[in-house]
Design a protein around this ligand. Structure first.
Ligand code: NDP
Ligand code: 8X3
Length: 253
C-alpha cells in the first residue's frame, strides 16, 4: 500500500500554517509542524495526533545550523518530505524608509528570505534525490506591489516571488512542483507581530470589511497539492472580495 504523503509546514503555530496543518491532518497527511513556541507545537501535536502521525520541530528559521540539525533529526519514516510549505514569516514594523528600524529590517530579511532559503536547502536535496516533491512558497500581494511604509516587508516578499520563480526554473525536469500563493490581508497574528503586541492597533487592520481567514488560504494550499501529477499551480494571488489592492479596500466606515 502506498504510504501517506508527508508535509513539512513552517510557521505551523499560528495563522495560515496552523490552519494548513489542521486541514492536511484531516486529509491524512503525515505532518512535520515547525515553529518556535513549544507550547503551541505541543498543543497542536496533541490535537492532530488524533487524525495523523505528527512530529514537531522547534527551530528559528534564521539559525542555519538549527534548521539543518532539526531536519536531519527526523526519524527515517519522516525523511521523505512530499510537500514543503514555506510559510514562516512576518512583517516587523510599518514605517517610512527614513524612520524604519534596522533591527526590523534584519528580522524581515533574515526570516522571510534567508530562513525560507535555509529550510528549502535542507529539504530540496532529498526531493532531488527522489525526483519528486512539491514546494509551496507563501508570498504575498506585498510581493506583487509596494505600499507606503511597506518598503522592506514588500522587498522581502518580492524576493520570495523571485526565489519561487528561480526554484521552478532550476528544479524543472526533476519532478518537483514549485509554486507561490500570494494572499492579500488575512486575519491572523500577523498584525499583532507587525505592531509589536499592540492588539488594538492590530485588530483595526481587519475591521469594517471582510478579510481572508487562514482557513481560506489553507483550502487553496490543499487545492494546490491535490491537483493531478501533471498540474503545477505556479503562482496564485488571492484577496478577499473587499480588497482590490494593498491600499484599495472597500471599508464600511
Ligand atoms: P502569524 O503571525 O499568525 O504566523 C507566523 C508564523 O511564522 C508563526 O507560526 C511563527 O511561529 C512563524 N515564525 C515567525 N518567525 C519565525 C522564525 N524566526 N522562525 C520560525 N518560525 C517563525 O502570521 P500569518 O499566518 O499571517 O503568516 C504566515 C505567512 O503568510 C507569512 O509568511 C506572511 O508573510 C504571509 N502572509 C500573511 C498575510 C496576512 O495578511 N496575514 C498576507 C500575505 C502573506 P513562532 O512564533 O512559533 O516561531
Ligand atoms: C501581508 C499582507 O498587505 O499586510 O503580506 O502586506 S499586507
Amino acid at each position: 500500500m502506498p504510504r501517506n504523503k508527508t508535509a513539512l509546514i513552517t510557521g505551523a503555530t499560528s495563522g495560515i500554517g496552523h490552519a494548513t496543518a489542521r486541514l492536511m491532518a484531516h486529509h491524512g497527511v503525515r505532518l512535520i509542524i515547525c515553529g518556535r513556541r513549544q507550547h503551541r507545537l505541543d498543543e497542536l501535536s496533541e490535537e492532530l495526533k488524533k487524525s495523523t502521525e505528527v512530529i514537531a520541530l522547534n527551530f528559528d528559521v534564521r539559525e542555519r545550523d538549527s534548521v539543518n540539525e532539526a531536519i536531519q533529526s527526523l526519524p527515517q519514516e519522516f525523511e521523505e518530505i512530499d510537500y514543503l510549505i514555506n510559510n514562516a514569516g512576518n512583517a516587523h514594523g510599518l514605517d517610512t524608509i527614513q524612520s524604519g528600524s534596522v533591527d526590523d529590517w534584519d528580522a524581515m530579511i533574515d526570516i522571510n528570505v534567508k530562513g525560507l532559503l535555509y529550510v528549502s536547502k535542507a529539504v530540496i536535496s532529498g526531493m532531488v534525490n527522489r525526483q519528486k516533491g512539491h514546494i509551496i512558497n507563501i508570498g504575498s500581494t506585498a510581493g506583487k506591489e509596494v505600499y507606503p511604509k511597506g518598503n522592506v516587508y514588500c522587498a522581502s516578499k518580492h524576493a520570495v516571488d523571485a526565489i519561487n520563480q528561480g526554484m521552478r526554473l532550476d528544479l524543472n525536469g526533476h519532478g518537483i512542483k514549485v509554486g507561490a500563493i500570494n494572499p492579500g490581508l488575512v486575519e491572523t497574528e500577523f498584525s499583532e507581530v507587525r505592531f509589536k503586541g499592540d492588539v488594538d492597533r492590530a485588530s483595526k487592520v481587519y475591521q469594517n470589511y471582510t478579510p481572508l481567514y487562514p482557513e481560506d488560504v489553507a483550502d487553496i494550499i490543499w487545492f494546490t497539492v491535490s491537483r493531478p501529477p501533471h498540474v503545477n499551480i505556479a503562482d496564485l494571488t488571492v484577496m478577499s472580495l473587499d480588497q482590490a489592492s494593498s491600499t484599495i479596500i472597500n471599508k464600511t466606515v
